[in-house]
Write a protein that binds this ligand. Sequence first.
Ligand code: GLN
Length: 185
Amino acid sequence: MTGRPIIGVLALQGAVDLHRPHIEAAGAQFKAVKTPKDFEVVDAFILPGGESTTMLKLIERFSLWDSLAENFAAKPVWGICAGSILMAEKVLNPAQKSFALLPITVQRNAYGTQKQSHTAQIDGYDVSFIRAPVIQDVDPSVEVLARHNGDPVWVKKGQYMATTFHPELTLDFPSPMHKAFVEMI
Ligand code: GLN
């Protein structure tokens, strides 16, 4: 794509604005999105970290499901933590609805409570696991870009990418994950 692509960060709940400096440093434009009209004008989406159950409720309340699904079918999507849960084909602990963009199985809150949240280095970059899911199973068609304690934590298939960790909390712009996502667009 030529010019600076517009990345829409779904702004219903969760860590939205922290993506702006990373996106801009990676050469793209940031836009917080929450209406079908917003969704139409962006080139790619970030589903941010936060609380997937709350996001699902808000998606239902504002009748955004169909418009999001249509846009996701045509554009790159990166799901972070709660966002990766919304992208997984299968969600456990408990089972919940998802857009099923990536053939992976995730177990929610598998590292434990808020207290077990921790930071780690992925590709030499500090990232945060905050009540993160564990990717328990990946289809062979899914590329595993990074692992942590043996589990896949950064995966990609076609136009879809997911990380179970947050890279946007680190103030060193852009993160390698934002860079990789902008390169996919
Ligand atoms: N535990 C949250 C969920 O299940 C995800 C946490 C996060 O996005 N940091 O949705």
